[in-house]
Ligand binder design. Structure first.
Ligand code: C5P
Length: 238
C-alpha cells in the first residue's frame, strides 16, 4: 500500500487560551513547535519502516509565516505540500484530501497536528490493519473513568456504562478511494460538523476497525496540556 498523510493544523486553538502566544500547533514544546514533533514522528517511522510517505499539511492562511519558520526546523527532503484549511476541522481535512488526490495514494492517514506524541508502534498497528484490507482504521483507547451525564444544573441524571466505550485518537486511516468520496458527500449534504473522520466513514456506511491507541498520544487542547507536553519532552531529554 502507498500512504499519504494529511496533517490538519488550521485550527485556531481557542481552548488553549493566551491567543497572543499564537495557535497551539506552533507553540514550543521541548524547544520546537508542536507541529514539528508531529511531522517528525511520521518521518521517523517512514525511515525506520522503509516506507515512503507523501505529506499534505493543512494550515490557516494567517499562519504562513509560522509554518515556514517551523518548516526550517524539519529534516530536509520531506515530500510535503501545504494547503489552506477551512472553518471546521472537517473542511480542513477535505482540503487536504483534495490536494493529496493529485498524488493518488492507495491509503491516507489523517492526523491532528496537535498530537505530537504519535509513535512508531501505533503507526505500525494502523499500517498493519490497512495492509490486511481494512478500509477504515481508528486508534482508540478504552474509557477508564466512570461516565456521568449531567444537566446544566450540575446534577447527575445518569451513569453511562463505560463497557464498549472508547476515546478516538488519530491518525485515522482509510482507503483513499473510500474516504474522499465520503468527505465530498458529507460536504455536499451540508454536514460540516463531524469532529473526526471515522464518524464520516460511519455516516457513509463504512465499517470502522479499532486498533489499540496509546495513552501518550493525547491531543494538546489546553494550556495545561502544552505545559505537560513540554515537561515530558524535557524529562525525556535528560
Ligand atoms: O480543535 P481541535 O483540537 O478538535 O482540532 C483538532 C485538529 O484539527 C487540530 O490539529 C487543529 O489545528 C485542526 N483543525 C483544522 N481546521 C479547523 C479546526 C481544527 O485544521 N478549522
Amino acid at each position: 500500500i502507498s500512504c499519504g498523510v494529511v496533517i490538519v493544523a488550521a485550527g485556531r486553538g481557542e481552548r488553549a487560551g493566551a491567543p497572543e502566544e499564537g495557535p497551539k500547533q506552533y507553540r514550543l514544546i521541548g524547544g520546537r513547535p508542536v507541529i514539528c514533533h508531529t511531522l517528525e514522528a511520521f518521518a521517523t517511522w517512514a525511515v525506520e519502516a522503509s516506507r515512503k510517505l507523501v505529506f499534505v499539511v493543512v494550515i490557516h492562511p494567517d499562519d504562513e509565516a509560522l509554518f515556514e519558520k517551523a518548516r526550517q526546523l524539519l529534516s530536509p527532503g520531506l515530500d510535503l505540500t501545504v494547503v489552506h484549511g477551512g472553518s471546521t476541522r472537517q473542511l480542513s481535512v477535505l482540503a487536504g484530501l483534495r490536494a493529496l488526490s493529485l498524488r493518488a495514494p492507495s491509503h491516507v492517514m489523517i492526523q491532528d497536528a496537535a498530537r505530537p506524541f504519535v509513535d512508531n508502534a501505533l503507526l505500525e498497528r494502523c499500517h498493519d490493519a490497512l495492509s490486511v484490507g481494512h478500509d477504515a482504521v481508528l486508534p482508540a483507547i478504552a474509557v477508564a473513568d466512570t461516565l456521568k451525564r449531567a444537566g446544566a444544573d450540575g446534577l447527575v441524571s445518569e451513569t453511562v456504562p463505560r463497557t464498549g466505550l472508547f476515546g478516538a485518537q488519530t491518525p485515522q486511516c482509510f482507503r483513499f478511494a473510500s474516504i474522499l468520496p465520503a468527505h465530498e458527500e458529507a460536504a455536499r449534504s451540508a454536514r460540516t460538523d463531524f469532529t473526526d473522520d471515522a464518524s464520516i466513514a460511519e455516516w457513509a456506511g463504512m465499517p470502522v476497525t479499532l486498533v489499540e491507541g496509546s495513552p501518550d498520544n493525547f491531543k494538546l487542547t489546553t494550556k495545561r496540556d502544552i505545559a505537560m507536553a513540554d515537561q515530558i519532552l524535557n524529562r525525556t531529554a535528560l
